[in-house]
Structure formats: structure tokens, C-alpha cells
Write a protein that binds this ligand. Structure first.
Ligand SMILES: [Mn+2]
Length: 489
């Protein structure tokens, strides 16, 4: 690849030469003969020519595939240079602005001569890496301070919030790494441990031990750090706080010797990636995997509260982590038990007018009904899911919707509020009704009968008040795996 740079400033020339000569065959077009001689002596390809003349470019064999970079140091005459380049057949044209910030009106003026012109601002090109580097040295100083402060402690507690999530657990591992401590000398703990299946699975797969800490045990630690949470969360139980690292908005009402709170970051692990990088710490595959998974899960894979720094931390950790392990952890949400409930729901279901109603029969836990309702909301064309089942002789109905045409909470209150507890909000709601009261109101029905009845109630609720136009949607019912489809009139 060839590049031609039209520059007069020695610093800019030497910088471009260093940056581009590895990839490009780069040549400089220079006005000053003494400067060109100096550069040629140093092995820089430089030609002395007038950049405002077309034949200057013809002499250096400018082709449409040559990248032409023109330094703009604010002096006049740029327009003539670009016209000459255009006339000589140059197409890949760049203006490199140095010195003062480029003016908008100059852009337009130059584009009138050279429509495909791209503007580059030297200050802008430098700013991201430079501010990152300077910011890192501030972080380094801060990290070294707390490292020293923790160095002589016998027992360190890294405290997480209750039911620690991936970000909390991974931040615990990362901080232990920054503090250069082991499982024995820095305990990762929580007042209430990990119970949710996906979190248990992460802890198991990555061998993360989160110890359950009682308030009485807190006094036995020489240093206490909280990560992904701030001390106010523990309501005055903590005897001391030495370090807080968190990405939630800063809370008043506590003191800590050190703190690093960055509410604009997508995860606590993003902050800790910067701490680890600042002190050049080695990051093990296990820690990198945990942290990468944490960033992915706290930002919903960059769909929420994401910052450039989160992406930067992600790309830094990615090559250090075990991606196959992350896929395995993500699979955790689907268990055989949950899948079995989805299958049961399909076996007695009805889909009409985008309302999916299903009955899964007797089951051991309520969360399996909720999970099934959430899961089925992913099905194409489904806008409402109504999944019901029986737990301990109680009829449980879980309602989910997309797009909030009407309020799910109002639906359950209107239909079940008289015989049991019913409530919720726009997108999710639940009703719990004793089975005998359910039968007394709706009659003794079979699986698909219940699905159909609840589906009808939902449809009536959704069309209430709106035009009573009859649908021509396909209606599908399933019973025991038998599929019946017909077009409703
Ligand atoms: Mn978090």
C-alpha cells in the first residue's frame, strides 16, 4: 500500500513516518529543501515539490489507490493543494489537522473541492490513549496505597452483598488478586450466601467459595473491604470499613479509609480490571473468566449502562479468559427441570390472538411456573403468556406480556381478586387462589380446558373497550401432544 504525505512540519513528518512505515510505503512531499535533505539522510523518503501544482503529484506517480494525507496547520492555501491532488487523480484524501481545533466552515470549503475528503484531528487521535494512560497512573497510585494499607493484616474480609451475583463474586476474586492474597488470608464472604441456580453454577464451575459471615464474626477481621456494594447496605453492622469498590451511585452515611466508586461504569469488575492493569498484575484464567462473565451479565452484554471503559475491560480480559466456560455458565439458566415444565406447558396450551395460555398441572415450586411464563414470552408472535399450575393445592397463575397494551396486574385483579390474592404491574402479575375456590368459580376443568378458559378471559380483557372486531387469526390448541389448528371465524 502506498501513502503520500504532504507535510511541512518535521515533528509531524517524523511521527507519521514512525507510525505508518511498517504498513505503508510512505513518501513525503516537502517544500523546504534543507528539511528534505535532513530527512533523506535519516532514511525518510522525501521529495521537494510545490504541493499546489498538479505536476508535483504526477511526478511522484500518484494513483487513485494512494492514500494522500495533507497536514493542515491552519495556514492558507489548503484549498489549492486539494484541487491539485484531485486534478492529479487522487481519491483517498485526508486532512490531518494539527494545532488549533479545525473549523467547521473549513470542512465545508474543502469538501467543495474534494467531496471524499476525510478529516483527522491529531489531538483527537492522541487523546484517548493519552488520557487512559494518565488516568491509569492515578489509579496506580491509589491502588498502591491501599495495597500497602492491607499488606500487614492477618485476616482480611472481602464482603459481598446478599445472594452474590457474578459481578460481586468476580470482583471478590479480582480484589484478592490485587491484594496478592490467597483463600486463607483473604476470605470472600456474604451475610447470605449464593442460592440462585445460575449463581451457584458459576461458583461451582469456577470454584469460588463464598463463606457465610455472621455479624459476630465481623470483629475478627483486621481489614474489611466491600465490593459491588457499599457499607450502608449492612445497616451499621460493620465495625470498620477500609475499602469500598463499587459501581452503584455513591451513598452517604459511612466512612471508609479508601474508596473507588464509579457510578458511570457498567460493572464493579470494570473498575477492578483497571486496578489490575494499573499495577501490572497477572490475571489468572479463572479470574479473567469470572470477570468477563460479570461484565457481560451486569451490562446485559452491553445492552444496559455501558461505557467505553466496559468495552475496553472486556476486550482486555477476553484473550485471558476461557470462553467455553462462559458458555457453560450461561447455559445454567436452562435446567432439565425447567425444560420439562416448558414441555408440559406446551402439551396443554392454546395460542390465539398472540395470547399464549398454558396449564402445567401439579408442580413442586412456584418459580417453575414463573420461569415457564418468562420462557414462552420469547416465542415468536406471542405478546402475552398466561401460565398456570397447582402448587400445594393452590392454583397459581403467572402473567407476562410485551408492549403493555394493557396492565397485567389489572387483569389478575379483575378475574381472581375476588377468590384469592392477585396483583402485579404492567408487564408481570400473579394470582394465587385456593383450588376449591377456583373450582367453585370456574368449574371442574381439564388441563387444556383451563388453558382455554384463561386464554378467553385474557382475550376478553384485551378487547374490552376497544373495537370488537373479530379476528381471523389462526388458533392452535394442543392436548397431549396432538396439534389441532383451525382458522377461527
Ligand atoms: Mn454489579
Amino acid at each position: 500500500m502506498r501513502a503520500l504525505a504532504v507535510c511541512q512540519d518535521e515533528l509531524v513528518i517524523r511521527t507519521l513516518h514512525r507510525v505508518l512505515s511498517g504498513v505503508f510505503d510512505i513518501e513525503f512531499l516537502i517544500e523546504s529543501r534543507p528539511l528534505a535533505r535532513r530527512l533523506v539522510d535519516d532514511g525518510v523518503a522525501a521529495t521537494v515539490a510545490d504541493p499546489r501544482r498538479v505536476d508535483s503529484y504526477l511526478r511522484v506517480d500518484l494513483t487513485p489507490n494512494t492514500c494522500v494525507i495533507v497536514e493542515d496547520n491552519g495556514k492558507r492555501g489548503l484549498k489549492r493543494i486539494f484541487s491539485a491532488i484531485r486534478d492529479a487523480g487522487g481519491c483517498l484524501v485526508y486532512a490531518l489537522h494539527v494545532g488549533n481545533a479545525p473549523q467547521r466552515r473549513n470542512f465545508e470549503e474543502l469538501r467543495s473541492v474534494c467531496p471524499e475528503l476525510t478529516h483527522l484531528d491529531l489531538a483527537e487521535l492522541l487523546s484517548a490513549p493519552l488520557t487512559t494512560e494518565l488516568g491509569r497512573s492515578l489509579t496506580r497510585a491509589r491502588v498502591q496505597q491501599y495495597q500497602r494499607y492491607f499488606a500487614d493484616a492477618d485476616r482480611v474480609l472481602i464482603l459481598l452483598h446478599n445472594e452474590p451475583d457474578p459481578d460481586a463474586m468476580a470482583a471478590g476474586l479480582a480484589l484478592r488478586n490485587v491484594l496478592r492474597r490467597t483463600r486463607q488470608t483473604a476470605i470472600i464472604g456474604a451475610m447470605e450466601g449464593v442460592t440462585r441456580p445460575e449463581n451457584v453454577r458459576m461458583a461451582d464451575l469456577l470454584d469460588i467459595q463464598v463463606e457465610t459471615i455472621t455479624p459476630e464474626e465481623l470483629g475478627a477481621f483486621d481489614r474489611i473491604a466491600t465490593v459491588d456494594v457499599q457499607p450502608h447496605y449492612f445497616g451499621g453492622l460493620l465495625p470498620r470499613v477500609d475499602l469500598v469498590i463499587d459501581h452503584h451511585p455513591e451513598q452517604p452515611g459511612y466512612t471508609s479509609v479508601f474508596k473507588d466508586i464509579r457510578a458511570n461504569y457498567g460493572s464493579t469488575c470494570t473498575i477492578l480490571t483497571e486496578h489490575l492493569r494499573a499495577v501490572d498484575a497477572n490475571i489468572s484464567e479463572r479470574t479473567a473468566t469470572a470477570m468477563l462473565y460479570a461484565i457481560k451479565s451486569d451490562t446485559l452484554f452491553f445492552a444496559r449502562q455501558t461505557n467505553r471503559v466496559d468495552l475496553e475491560a472486556f476486550s482486555y480480559l477476553y484473550p485471558l479468559a476461557d470462553a467455553a466456560m462462559i458458555r457453560k455458565m450461561e447455559g445454567a439458566e436452562i435446567t432439565l427441570e425447567r425444560l420439562e415444565h416448558v414441555t408440559r406447558a406446551l402439551a396443554a396450551s392454546r395460542l390465539r390472538n398472540r395470547v399464549f395460555s398454558a396449564f402445567i398441572g401439579e408442580t413442586s415450586r412456584e418459580d417453575l411456573i414463573t420461569y415457564t411464563a418468562d420462557f414462552l414470552l420469547q416465542v415468536e408472535d406471542v405478546k402475552w403468556t398466561m401460565v398456570s399450575g397447582i402448587v400445594n393445592n393452590q392454583f397459581i397463575l403467572s402473567v407476562r406480556n410485551l408492549g403493555y397494551t394493557r396492565n397485567a396486574g389489572e387483569f389478575v385483579k379483575a378475574n381472581f381478586g375476588d377468590i384469592g390474592s392477585a396483583g402485579g404491574h404492567r408487564a408481570m402479575a400473579k394470582a394465587v387462589v385456593p383450588m376449591d375456590r377456583f373450582r367453585a368459580k370456574f368449574g371442574d376443568m381439564s388441563g387444556v380446558g383451563i388453558s382455554a378458559r384463561i386464554g378467553e378471559l385474557a382475550e376478553a380483557f384485551l378487547t374490552e373497550g376497544s373495537s370488537r372486531e373479530r379476528d381471523r387469526d389462526r388458533e392452535t390448541t394442543r392436548e397431549g401432544g396432538r396439534l389441532e389448528a383451525r382458522t377461527a371465524r
